[in-house]
Design a protein around this ligand. Sequence first.
Ligand code: ADP
Ligand code: MG
Length: 686
Amino acid sequence: MDQLDYKIEDAVQLNKPQIAALKKLEIFTARDLLLHFPFRYLDFSKTQKLKELKTGESVSVSVTIKTIASRFSFRGRMSLAEALVSDDTASVKVVWFNQSYLAKTLKKGEAIFLAGTPEVYKGTLQFVNPIYEKASDFPVHTSRLVPVYHLKSGVYPKTFRNLVKSCLPLVSGLSDDLPAKILNQHELPNLKDTVRFSHFPENLEQAGLANKRLAFEELFINQLAAQKTKLELRAKAAYPIGFDQALIKNLLARLPFELTPAQKKAAWEILQDLEKNLPMNRLLEGDVGSGKTLVALMALAQAAGAGFQTVFLAPTEILAKQHFETAKKYILSPQSLSTDTRCVLFTQNFSIVNSKETKKRNLLEEIREGMPGLYFGTHALLQKTVKFKNLALVAIDEQHRWGVEQRAELIGSQAKVPHLLSLSATPIPRTLKLARFGELDVSQIRTKPKNRKAILTRLVDSRDRQKAYAFIEKQARAGRQAFVITPLIEESDTLGVKAAKAELSVLQKAFPNLKIGLLHGRMKGADKDTAMADFLANKTQILVSTSVVEVGVDVPNASVILIEGAERFGLSQLHQFRGRVGRAEHQSHCFLFLSQETPEAKERLSAFCKTADGFELAELDLKSRGFGEIYGQAQSGWNFKYFNPDYLALIEPARQAARGLLTDDPGLKKYPGLWAKIKDKIIHFE
Ligand code: ADP
Ligand code: MG
């Protein structure tokens, strides 16, 4: 066995707590240790003579210990070690608080390096708690860019650096999974150099190169898995669904409005894809309120009308129910669909066929037998017990991951792969889309239905709260309704429920004449349903809600949304909230309140007030808050460690490289190392 793969405790001397701490970091072998990279550096690369020292500058010095002793400071109530050190230019005092043992570790006459920032004390310069190490040709704690690691308690930064240093000679045994040709082409260091450069760089360029290589590798692996998945998908067939003009005509005739040109174009693109026997992979992107649901419903109706099963997956029960109701209203008619086509709602709490409650067991049986129809549901539809027989189309709403995995889960033992349509209101820069999932076709709805007015957005000073309330009161008297969003707290958290309830009682006092409803993620499905139904029917005029309301809830009569603690949300998310109003002809308003009125928050949010374009807001989020904001907290599958917005330019090269390699060697037979890295990431369709 290669020394690199020895257990770490056999390769170097370690005590039990250290071994345990390393295990927590998933470091079991010397290889793991070497591949645990620092995330930043302390810059102690500047070395100085003692005579040149200045306050406030991080430096390293090379000195000899003249005297060293420990004592107890009664005033500070702590023990300390005090030393006088010198070089050939001057002497300087050094104090280490709470480290009196150093008086024994370090000896008079010993040559050491110190790293720190000198301070003035009683008129003279001194070092307080500097990092020290024995003088050597290869310092690792001082006199260089010093690596800083994510660690767990039980292992000190110094210990960890020493461990890396002692394992560093093993680097010669590391083999690189990335082909040399690709590295050369993109001027990236090989793995050996990357390890050396990353842990102990000679300068920032080296550290930067190492990071770049790691980011590239991550993107490359990600692309390789995505493209391999795509290859597998391409080898599969889908059910071709013929265009049924009469059906679409009937459906459109039932709508109380005309489709917008953008909706028509998107629907056209989708219906054309459905006619092919290649699985569709399409993202339908459009700002909140742009009318994506109907476009999706047209596609689902088309497939269901042809006798297939179709699924519309929603992230929440509320939303699944809402789509189900919309579908029943517009689609479920004897004219447009054959009589044995159904609209089904299948969630944790519901199991309804058309208007009839049905036993889950019976419904599951019908699904297995291939009963055609439109199945609306949540994750409940992804359970193993749900076995579709001829599922031809899956539409996924507001799922930023584009449903690739979900489609694979739904496929069961079917020979054919369903077409996939993903709906998203989160505008994602194209480059990032590629990073997440190779290529996918995109239909965009960039214009809204004509009857919409711009939503007037205002950042409200806390002193003007009563004015905002008075405004809501007036709107309610005119027949309108309002959402109130409580500050962001984990949806599952009882604190979130508490906050929402507290807000409810505040508002009940402020609006004694209005009925106020409450909606939060911890409520039972039926209660949520009642709360939504009451609001929709204007039985309640105000709905207090946690962020559950974010995703797609449609109440056209609502004209005000008041958001508390707005600074805690990303702009994209605020935009989603704002999209809850302005969904009909009424002039709508969005009021933002801050829980902490900092200048940064005010600036960020005033940009939000001025911008109605979701794409622009997403770009702002990307700049100010990185990727996380765009993809939302709950997004898994976006777990890049090294890739960040600085490396956007690497996406395209990584994609090309992955494609080139797979063209050469689709099974990655020549690259077992790469295969091992992607094999669990490929999504199989069988
Ligand atoms: P989103 O794209 O955010 O999912 P929805 O599909 O929920 O938007 O549509 C928002 C609202 O606009 C719904 O009430 C829907 O009935 C309505 N709507 C959809 N298309 C049109 C249209 N062409 N003209 C007028 N209203 C429309
Ligand atoms: Mg929607």
